[in-house]
Structures are given as C-alpha cells and as structure tokens.
Design a protein around this ligand. Structure first.
Ligand SMILES: Cc1ncc(COP(=O)(O)O)c(C=O)c1O
Length: 398
C-alpha cells in the first residue's frame, strides 16, 4: 500500500493526541526566570533548567554584548576549517581548570557532545553498558556506534542496580570485548536522583572498563562550585570521560567533553558534530566565561538553589506529594496516568504555575509526572504560591 507523507503524518499526530502524548510548546514572553509571562499569563516557572539564574544575569549579558562588539555575531565556520577564535580556546581552558582535568572540548550542545563523543571512542569490537534511565542523547550516541549495546543482549542494567552492573561487566569480560564502556547520567534528568558513582568507579576499575558520566544536570548543581558528580564524590581522576552542559546551570548553550589531552585530540579529529558543524557564536563563549566567573567566585546562587530545593521538597512532602526519592533540584511530582498529568499541568497553569507534564517517550508509559525545578531565581513567595496551586488542583482532581 502506498501512503503519502502527509497522510502518514496525520495518522501519527492523531495517535499522539489520542494517547495524550501530544506536545505544544508554550510561548515565553520574558527571560527564563522564576516568575515569567507565558502565553499571556504571569506564572511561577517551575520548568526551567536555569538553575542558578545565570541566563539573565547582568554580568553574563554584558559579556555577551561586549563580545558581539569585538567578534561579531558568528564564528564563520567549523573551528578546524575557519580557525578557532581565541575566546573558544579560553573557554575550554577555563572549563578544564574548573573540572580539574587535562582537557575540554566544547560542542554546540550537550546532545551533540554525546552523539559526537560516544561513537568516536567505540569500535565493533567493544561493548557499552548503560543504565536503563540514561538520557535520550546517550541512547542516540550509543546507537550511532558500532559497539554491542542492546538491552535484548543484556547490556542495559536496571536503574542504579550495582549487582546488575557487576553481572554485565563479568559477562562482557567473558565474551572478550576489546573495550568495555560504562555510561551513566550523573544526575538522572527525569527522576532527580544521583548515580552511585563511587561503586560504579570501583566496578569499572575492577573489570578494566572505562567510564563516561553525563553531568548535564550536575553541572552547576553538585560538587565544588558546581563542578559535577566526580567532584561531589571526590573522584577526581577516576572518571575517564565527563560530559557537561553549558545550556542549563551555566545559562547559555552548549556541551563539553572533559578528559585527557589525548581524548580531546581524538575528538577534534573524529568527533563528527565538531568536525562538520559551525562553532558557537563567540558571544556564547564569552557569556559562558562570565558564568564560570560567577560560579567560581560567588557562592550565593548555588546556596540559594539548594535552599530553595530543600524548601520545595519539604513543602511538597508535607502536603503529601510523592517526589519519587529525588535528591537534587529536579523534583518530579508523581502522577502515573498521562491524561491526568496533562490535565494537572493545564489546571496549574490556570492557577498561575507552569509545571510541565512529562509523559512517554521521555519517561516510561504509565509513569507520567509533573517535573518541577526550583532554582536560585525563585523567592519564598513563588514557592508558597506554587504549593497552594498544587494543593488546589489536586483537591479538584481528587
Ligand atoms: C542528561 C542529559 N544529557 C544531555 C542533555 C542535552 O543537553 P543540551 O540541552 O545541552 O543539548 C540533556 C538535556 O536535557 C540531559 O538531560
């Protein structure tokens, strides 16, 4: 049977509607702060990854504006083709010092850092062992590699299950793969829990595997000045590859791979999104250097982030909401049913709170939740207003 593209798209989109999985982005009319105007309404914003409030920080904006004057608005080309602007190199040097690693290579996004790095370090002689709740960009990066990785072949372990990881590593050694890679989120992006990194590092060392940690949601949140999970657990030098994002706590956009000098050299030559895609505008690099200055010298934003995180979790728990054991600012409020979660999001918005319903395929079917993110930009009043709305909507929906 021949089907046109348009009729196929129509069927697929209808199915998304029928299954309550259809997404429509709301229109944000102000900077991404604690209180925003969205779709014409003033709301408390609980759905931004702007953890430290840096996306609209005056120093960061000023650095970007000055960089536009100095460098113009575009990098002009891929870095190895058109030349690397010194501001891009400076950012990488700063990030390497911040992470206490030999080298850092910046990509234009966290997603592209995963899809650039993972396939570049694997061959068809290798295996990737992955936590079942790893982020989509890890899964896609792994799929781009020729290594063995499939769940059906036993290379995906149950979430944070260290016996299951040990078993995978044992089986992988028996099968004689050339390299074994273990990969995990540092902070799990939809559940807000932290990977048991000390145990994972020990297991990797015991079984001669190398480890990659995706610290997208730990960057700016955990560790010294927000240096991530390796810093949080004092595992400097024991994580082979760390991914960080520049799009969330650092307030701008981008991702980076932190590791050895040799790793950087290899990714410059074999990391396809680096090799075949234009560099960030220079103002992005300059703004990120300003964000790092703030993170390294002013503890206030991170202190406020954690104060608000503790406050918000305690408020929700006291009101009887299930926050799914989250340990970081990412605070899911469990609902389960997709339709109910979407209805709750809609009613909360009417009450002046934006808390996104997260449904399949971002999380498993039947595990829908409202994902709330307290940040340094929220006031006590914002959180009190948000809680009042949550209680009102819950009572209304029974
Ligand atoms: C764990 C994880 N890795 C990578 C990414 C991608 O980062 P970016 O938004 O910088 O592309 C995300 C984004 O949500 C994430 O949660």
């Amino acid at each position: 049977m021949n089907q046109t593209l348009e009729s196929w798209l129509g069927d697929q989109i209808q199915e998304l509607h029928d299954r309550h999985l259809y997404k429509v982005p709301k229109i944000l009319e102000t900077p991404a702060g604690g209180r925003v105007r969205m779709n014409g309404r003033e709301v408390v914003n609980l759905s931004s990854n702007n953890y430290l409030g840096l996306a609209n920080h005056p120093n960061v904006k000023q650095a970007a504006a000055e960089a536009v004057e100095r460098w113009g608005v575009g990098a002009g080309a891929v870095r190895w083709i058109g030349g690397t602007m010194s501001v891009h190199d400076e950012l990488e040097e700063r990030l390497a010092r911040f992470k206490r690693v030999e080298s850092v290579l910046v990509f234009t996004g966290g997603f592209t850092a995963n899809s650039g790095c993972i396939p570049a370090v694997l061959t068809n002689q290798d295996v990737v062992i992955s936590d079942e709740l790893n982020h989509a960009s890890i899964i896609d990066g792994v799929r781009l590699s020729p290594a063995a990785y499939r769940k059906s072949e036993g290379w995906v372990y149950a979430h944070k299950d260290m016996d299951a990881l040990d078993d995978c590593l044992r089986r992988a050694s028996e099968k004689g793969f050339a390299k074994k890679m273990v990969i995990t989120d540092g902070v799990f992006s939809m559940d807000g829990d932290i990977a048991p990194l000390p145990q994972i590092v020990d297991l990797c060392e015991e079984h001669d595997a190398f480890l990659m940690v995706d610290d997208a949601h730990a960057s700016g949140v955990l560790g010294k000045n927000g240096a991530g999970t390796a810093s949080h657990f004092d595992l400097y030098g024991r994580v082979d590859i760390q991914l960080g994002t520049l799009s969330k706590a650092l307030g701008v956009v981008g991702g980076y791979i932190a590791g050895s000098k040799r790793l950087k050299e290899w990714l410059i030559n074999r990391g396809r999104p680096y090799l075949f895609s234009t560099a960030h505008p220079p103002m992005v690099a300059a703004a990120l250097i300003a964000s790092l200055d703030i993170m390294e010298n002013d503890p206030e934003p991170m202190n406020r982030l954690w104060e608000n995180t503790r406050r918000w979790k305690a408020m929700l728990a006291e009101a009887g909401f299930d926050t799914m054991g989250s340990e970081t600012p990412i605070t899911p409020v469990y609902v389960g049913d997709e339709a109910k979660a979407q209805e709750m999001e809609r009613l909360l918005f009417e009450e002046g709170v934006y808390a996104l319903a997260i449904v399949y395929p971002t999380v498993a079917l039947g595990k829908a939740r409202l994902r709330t993110m307290p940040s340094a930009a929220h006031t006590e009043q914002d959180l009190a207003d948000a809680l009042a709305a949550f209680i009102k909507v819950r009572d209304r929906l029974g």
